[in-house]
Design a protein around this ligand. Structure first.
Ligand code: FDM
Length: 212
C-alpha cells in the first residue's frame, strides 16, 4: 500500500541590511505561522555555534582578521554544512524561517570589493528559497536605530553598497517591503506573503539549484 506523502515545508528567507528589523520580523512571522497551525522553525545564518560559525563570530566582532575571500567561503561553508538538516526538516513538512541566506553572503562580500559573480559561485546549488522577504530600509534611517555600529559592517557607506547589491540579486521570488513602516504594518505584509508561499510550496518540488 502506498503511504500518503507529507507535503513539504516552505523555505522562507528574510533578508535586509543591518538594523532593518529582520530579527523581530522573523519572530513575528513564526508566531503568525504557529497561530495558523503551521509547523515552522527558525534558522539563522551565520550559525555562530558551529566550528565555521565560531570563526565567523570572532571575525564579525573584530577580534580576528580574515582575508575577504576566505571569510566569504567560510560563510558559504557555514550554509552548506546545514543543508542536509534543512532539507530533512523541509521534507518532513516543517516550514523554515531563515534569517539571512546566500543573498547576504553575496551582498556583503561584494560590498567589500569582491567580484559579485565570483561571490555567487560557492553558494551555487544550495536549496532555492520559495520566498525571499527583503526588508528595505534607507541605511541612514537604519543608522539611527539602537545598537547600530557594534559590528564590523555597520557603516552607512558599506550599507549603501550592500543595499544596491541586494537589489541586483532580486528576482521573481522576492517580495520587497518598505521597512520604515511600523512593526505591525510590516508583519502583516510578511505573514500574508509567507502564508501564500507555504501553500504554493505544497505542490512545488524542492530544488537544489540556487543560481543554476
Ligand atoms: N553576513 C551574513 C555576511 O557577510 N555574509 C553572509 O553570508 C551572512 C549570512 O554577517 F553583517 C554578515 C551580515 C551581517 C553579519 O549579522 C551577521 P547578524 O546580525 O547575525 O544577522
Amino acid at each position: 500500500a502506498s503511504q500518503t506523502q507529507q507535503p513539504r515545508g516552505a523555505l522562507l528567507v528574510v533578508e535586509g541590511g543591518d538594523r532593518c528589523g529582520k530579527t523581530s520580523q522573523c519572530t513575528r512571522l513564526l508566531d503568525a505561522l504557529h497561530a495558523r497551525g503551521i509547523d515552522a522553525r527558525a534558522v539563522k545564518f551565520p550559525d555562530r555555534t558551529s566550528e565555521t560559525g565560531k570563526l565567523i563570530d570572532l571575525y564579525l566582532k573584530g577580534a580576528k582578521d580574515v582575508d575577504d575571500h576566505a571569510v566569504h567561503l567560510l560563510f558559504s561553508a557555514n550554509r552548506w554544512e546545514s543543508m542536509k538538516h534543512i532539507r530533512a526538516l523541509l521534507e518532513q513538512g516543517t516550514t523554515l524561517v531563515v534569517d539571512r541566506y546566500a543573498f547576504s553572503g553575496v551582498a556583503y562580500s561584494a560590498a567589500k570589493g569582491l567580484d559579485l559573480e565570483w561571490c555567487k559561485q560557492p553558494d551555487r546549488g544550495l536549496l532555492r528559497p520559495d520566498l525571499v522577504l527583503f526588508l528595505d530600509l534607507d541605511p541612514i534611517a537604519a543608522a539611527r536605530r539602537a545598537g547600530y555600529g557594534e559590528e564590523r559592517y555597520e557603516r552607512v557607506d558599506m550599507q549603501q553598497r550592500v543595499r544596491s547589491n541586494f537589489m541586483s540579486l532580486a528576482d521573481g521570488s522576492w517580495k520587497i517591503l518598505d521597512a520604515s513602516r511600523t512593526v505591525d504594518e510590516i508583519a502583516a505584509d510578511v505573514s500574508a506573503a509567507a502564508i501564500a508561499a507555504v501553500e504554493a510550496a505544497r505542490s512545488t518540488p524542492l530544488c537544489s539549484d540556487l543560481w543554476c
